[in-house]
Design a protein around this ligand. Structure first.
Ligand code: UD1
Ligand code: UDP
Length: 395
């Protein structure tokens, strides 16, 4: 029996709790969506004497990560600062695996937790497996079936699935993808997506302000995917411009920091009176903005999951999606990337309030807000088997 060390006395953890040694978890995150989706897991670990979390920021996103972590009440214990301007996947991967190896050898955790499908997540899993440290994968099992779309995310998540020991699938269909790949058994759990936990947490606090300037029809647009960059994204900028040309709506575009995104979007859209362009919004303001809009046009994964929960119709500007649940529920449509079709689909929804209302139903196909709780209960059973009786598995 050991007295829990108080790694961070500023945190609200119970003091001097006598128990088994806590589970030492390294949580690896590096981009905006990983911060958002791992925050509920970190906050739950922070609040529990059973866990000793150590948060590694890879720094894959330099500017977009730090404010996000602060807004989410998550503190990174170390920052590997790997980001370079216009980073290439191979050199980013080299820097990440090298730096993560040093951290993991120093920390020697019981488990490494990674999320989703970014290069940070893949490298976190790879560096952990080189040190034979078991990996837990949050948001496991998403698939489009196309290795190059989204790229490199489909590749990353398939590779992480081969490495991970615990697989936390957000939905039944994600768990079914894992089973179809021969990954099954008690270490695959359907938990819901932690993005919904975080959305509820944020909205409960009532922080944040919508970034729209006007009170008319409000269209929120986010674009960043690598496979859309270049001519595809320039075409999408044209579609958005035509939408703003209608003169009856305000288009709000919080711009991703990627220079490739800015080069594609700014020439066609800056200076247009119907388009409000801003820097990436902090999470409190982004969620308030999402809650205030009438229509979402996006290629983002996270936004596809959050918008249905707030009853916002979504047009997905991609040719594939690994999140079919929102489409099946009738609240999202996969409209592709052809500018004419994107314009027509968005215009139709703006012209037809009844059609918009049919899509604007709040549904939660991605989770009920208790994903982190389920993940920790399952993980603690996995990592602390002798202690498992105190943590009954939850559905
Ligand atoms: C990354 C993820 C993608 C995820 C997205 C979320 C990979 C390969 N891609 O894509 O899965 O959907 O994050 O936003 O992991 N930059 C800055 N400051 C920042 C962030 C980015 O200047 O805070 C610029 C840099 O020039 C950087 C470039 O954006 O090189 C691209 O960043 P990167 O993380 O490689 O790719 P994303 O497109 O952001
Ligand atoms: N987001 C944000 N500010 C913005 C745009 C998005 O906080 O200006 C949040 C959004 O709520 C969602 C997440 O960022 O949870 C999505 O990140 P992104 O689109 O960059 O990545 P993806 O989800 O596609 O991997």
């Amino acid at each position: 029996m050991a007295v829990l060390p108080q790694r961070d006395p500023a945190r609200n953890r119970p003091r001097n709790v006598v128990t088994e040694p806590p589970v030492r978890a390294v949580i690896v995150l590096g981009t905006r969506p990983e911060a958002i989706k791992l925050a509920p897991v970190v906050r739950a670990m922070d609040a529990s004497p059973l866990w000793e979390p150590f948060v590694v920021s890879s720094g894959q996103h330099r500017e977009m990560l730090a404010p996000m972590l602060a807004a989410l009440d998550v503190k990174a214990h170390t920052d590997l600062a790997v980001m370079r301007d216009r980073q290439r996947l191979s050199s980013l991967t080299g820097r990440l695996v090298t730096a993560l190896d040093v951290t993991l050898r120093a920390e020697r955790p019981d488990v490494v937790v990674v999320q989703g499908d970014t290069t940070t997540a893949l490298c976190g899993a790879l560096a952990a497996s080189y040190e034979q440290i078991p990996v837990a994968h949050v948001e496991a099992g998403l698939r489009t079936g196309n290795l190059y779309n989204p790229f490199p995310e489909e590749l990353n998540r398939r590779l992480i699935a081969r490495i991970a020991r615990w697989h936390f699938a957000p939905t039944e269909s994600a768990a079914a993808h894992l089973r179809a790949e021969g990954i099954a058994g008690p270490d695959v759990r359907t938990t819901g997506n932690t993005v919904i936990d975080n959305l509820h947490w944020m909205l409960r606090q009532g922080r944040g302000e919508a970034a729209f300037r006007t009170a008319g029809k409000r269209v929120l647009v986010t674009l960043h995917r690598r496979e859309n960059q270049g001519s595809g994204m320039r075409g999408l900028a044209g579609a958005v411009r035509r939408l703003a040309d209608r003169g009856d709506c305000e288009v709000l575009l919080p711009l991703h920091k990627s220079p490739a995104v800015r080069e594609a979007l700014l020439p066609g859209l800056s200076g247009h009176p119907g388009v409000t362009i801003c820097e990436p919004l902090g999470y409190p303001d982004f969620t308030a903005t999402l809650a205030a809009c009438d229509l979402v046009l996006t290629d983002s994964g996270g936004v596809q999951e959050e918008a249905p929960s707030l009853g916002k119709p979504v047009l997905v500007l991609r040719t594939t999606t690994e999140r079919p649940e929102a489409i099946d529920a009738g609240v999202a449509r996969l409209v592709g990337t052809d500018p004419g079709e994107v314009y027509a689909a968005a215009s139709r929804l703006l012209d037809d309030p009844a059609e918009r209302d049919r899509m604007a139903r709040a549904v939660n196909p991605f989770g009920d807000g208790r994903a982190a709780e389920r993940i920790l209960a399952a993980l603690v059973r996995g990592c602390l088997r002798p202690d498992a009786a105190r943590f009954p598995a939850r559905d």
